[in-house]
Design a protein around this ligand. Structure first.
Ligand SMILES: *Cc1c(COP(=O)(O)O)cnc(C)c1O
Length: 379
């Protein structure tokens, strides 16, 4: 089945009791049982909910996986993966990743005795050198946030397999439309469905997709035991979002390409980070593992001061100053003071995240209007 058809029909079955074409929002906490222990497969809504089930099936299908699990946020999905580990285990992860993931690792899991190695994952050799008997997980994010660095998923997966280490890929920035990590050898795909999957900036949710049945059982056990499940209304919203994912992503990519090139030709702009440029460091890998380059772009101004960055950030009208990404509307963000404020300045600068860096989530408005907005803001 082709992608457009799959996204429209993923997870959807007409409701057996009424024929409703859209999955109903099963706003219930419990289910009446015919006799003690005899039920229709639904006992209590932390463990099972039909709206969530439809969405979890959709997650599996759009990531070409066997099983999907929905969580109350992207961070809750990441948290569930970390709960597969035990004290003494080691994790290898990128040094340029979502700030909330970094905060979860450093502020929560380090104190439970998990050791994290933050490395430049663009260099594959950095990984193998750190693997030892305690290494259980490689956590990769690509493209990275906010520098759009590209990690070669197939190459990392080969190393992971060779050493019997699991690989989890945060696929939020690419979306399943542009990249399917399970096809490239990853064991688990994680998404913040808050972003492109929901697509309309009206829901917080996360998911995990995997192929291995034993891994699914472990993660399902964590999901129901720890309880970070999304409500049925939120599941409905993401189910609806997925139906237009392909159409939205096509426009995000088109607009992203136009704006990236326009920024690069602007004499006030020093550097543009977008994997679609042929001379971008990760371009060849991105071209191989992605179906397009997306609508996430970061750039630095020639006037490299926080003041100038803040002036631009507060001068746009169509680009709204906000955290998050992946919605139909365009957003502008200052990683140093917003999304990545939880990373100490010294760490940030070391990893190439300058104070004047500006990140765009290019929406699906008219590209000419978006460019005119940036033009008047950058000046
Ligand atoms: C937003 C985001 C997360 C966290 O997801 P929430 O839904 O906000 O909890 C994780 N990774 C990436 C890349 C993100 O952009």
């Amino acid at each position: 089945m082709k992608i457009a058809t799959k996204y429209i029909h993923a997870g959807a079955e007409p409701d057996p009791s009424t024929g409703a074409i859209m999955t109903p929002i099963f706003q219930t906490s419990t289910y009446v049982q015919q006799a003690p222990g005899i039920n229709k497969g639904y006992e209590y809504a932390r463990s099972q909910n039909p709206t969530r089930k439809a969405l979890e099936d959709a997650y599996a299908q759009i990531e070409n996986g066997k099983f999907g699990l929905a969580f109350s946020s992207g961070v809750a999905a990441t948290d569930a993966v970390m709960k597969l580990l035990q004290p003494g285990n080691e994790v290898i992860c990128g040094n340029d990743m979502y700030g909330g993931t970094y905060r979860l690792f450093t502020k929560i899991y380090e104190k439970f005795g998990i050791k994290f190695h933050y490395i430049n994952m663009q260099n594959i050799n950095n990984i193998e050198a750190l693997i030892n008997n305690n290494t259980k997980l490689i956590w990769a994010e690509t493209p990275t946030n906010p520098l759009m660095n590209i990690v070669d998923i197939a190459a990392v997966s080969n190393i992971a397999k060779k050493h019997n280490v699991s690989l989890c890929v945060d696929n939020t920035f690419a979306s399943p439309y542009l990249q399917n990590p399970l096809n490239l050898g990853a064991d688990i795909v994680m998404h913040s469905a808050t972003k492109y999957l929901g697509g309309h900036s009206d829901v917080i949710q996360g998911c995990l997709v995997m192929n291995d049945v034993a891994l699914r059982e472990q993660l399902y056990f964590i999901q129901k035991s720890c309880g970070a499940v999304p409500g049925p209304q939120d599941c409905f919203l993401v189910l609806r979002g997925i139906k237009t994912l392909h159409v939205r992503m096509q426009r995000h990519c088109e607009n992203g390409e136009k704006i990236a090139h326009w920024l690069r030709n602007n004499n006030k702009v020093a550097k543009v980070y977008w994997p679609g440029f042929e001379d971008a460091a990760g371009h060849t890998v991105a071209k191989n593992q992605m179906q397009g380059f997306g609508g996430m772009i970061s750039f630095e101004l020639k006037n490299d001061s926080v003041e100038e960055a803040k002036r631009v950030l507060s001068s746009t009208h169509l680009f709204s100053l906000a955290e998050s990404l992946g919605g139909v509307e365009s957003l502008i963000n200052h990683p140093a003071s917003m999304t990545h404020a939880s990373i100490p300045k010294e760490e940030r600068i070391k990893n190439g995240l300058s104070d004047s860096l500006i990140r765009l989530s290019v929406g699906i408005e008219d590209a000419d209007d978006l460019i005119a907005d940036l033009q008047q803001a950058i000046g």
